[in-house]
Ligand binder design. Structure first.
Ligand code: UDP
Length: 295
């Protein structure tokens, strides 16, 4: 299998030079220069630091120069990095993504403390509609998997109002038992979408995408978190001015304090303390701090 040649151990993967990880670059060395790919690891989780235009070009490349295997697009943010500190399966799954985009102001702050300047915040909620617009223009087909049944259904209806020529070939809710997964994969394969949107939340969506990567008959799979809730208008997005100053997370916390409190009260301080320790403290002290924070 093609992927077997680039299978890495967890450690190797984290050390792998960027070009190894991009089929796009391997297929065409000029693509590397064209896309200006820059990657780094933040607490062991990969971040591909590129702008929206380059990311859209890569996704288009993946759909149109179909290599016969599923390309996985993930979004790294403070929440996924914190979950990945304990859940190493998630960390490895994210790092196996074909494109891992930088999502959120927390990640931007953490990255800049570590000396990496994020060129653009590419969260799934803004980036995916841009891809759907291209999908409508170029006739790519889309399948939606995730969220509650009425949410994904409403999401499809509203998407068709915004993008009337978008080819939605199927949708399914995201609450299922493990024994139903085979039938879900079969249903998706019968529709062979160009783009599969997986909205199961972190870590399920990343792990699900990697687990089924070899059996899914789709070109690109994007793990999009709460996107269907927003697109279906069942969850309100923060006003633009809050988004612009990087406080969307605060709005989500105020909206759903019970569901999101741990992200604000635990994960943000956890993330920042580890980042500060990594940046300013000697290695031995870093390990002690990490042990305390994640014990
Ligand atoms: N979800 C799902 N199946 C599950 C758990 C969650 O389809 O078993 C959906 C949930 O309805 C919501 C999305 O996954 O639409 C998760 O949204 P959230 O904003 O929490 O995503 P995250 O920030 O964790 O990526």
């Amino acid at each position: 299998m093609e992927r077997a040649a680039v299978q890495h151990t967890a450690e190797n993967l984290e050390r792998a030079p960027a070009p190894l990880r991009y089929e796009a670059e391997k297929e065409s060395p000029a693509a590397e220069r064209r896309f200006n790919l820059r990657s780094f690891y933040l607490l062991g989780t990969r971040v591909d630091n590129i702008d929206g235009e380059a990311a859209r070009a890569i996704v288009s490349h993946y759909v149109e120069k179909n290599s016969g295997r599923l390309r996985k697009i993930f979004f790294t943010n403070v929440h996924s990095i914190c979950v990945a500190q304990r859940n190493h399966v998630l960390k490895h799954c994210i790092n196996l993504g074909d494109l891992v985009l930088a999502d959120g102001s927390g990640l931007k702050i953490g990255s800049s403390i570590m000396g990496h300047s994020i060129v653009e915040n590419l969260n799934g909620t803004d980036f995916t509609p841009a891809i759907l617009k291209i999908a409508e223009e170029r006739g790519w087909s889309v399948y939606l998997l995730g969220a509650k049944s009425y949410v994904v259904e409403r999401c499809c209806m509203l998407l068709l109002l915004t993008y009337p020529r978008l080819r939605i070939v199927g949708f399914r809710e995201g609450y299922f038992k493990p024994e139903e997964e085979k039938a879900i994969v079969e249903e998706i394969n019968a529709k062979h979408p160009d783009i599969l949107l997986v909205a199961l939340g972190t870590p399920q969506q990343e792990i699900w995408s990697i687990r089924h990567a070899y059996e899914l008959n789709a070109k690109v799979c994007m793990a999009v978190g709460g996107l269907f809730d927003f697109l279906s208008l069942t969850r309100k997005r923060a006003p633009m001015w809050l988004r612009k100053i990087g406080l969307e997370w605060l709005y989500r916390f105020i909206q759903e304090p019970k569901a999101k409190w741990d992200r604000v009260v635990i994960e943000i301080p956890m993330f920042l303390s580890i980042i500060f320790a990594k940046r300013f403290f000697p290695k031995r002290l870093q390990k002690i701090i990490k042990g305390i924070v994640f014990s």
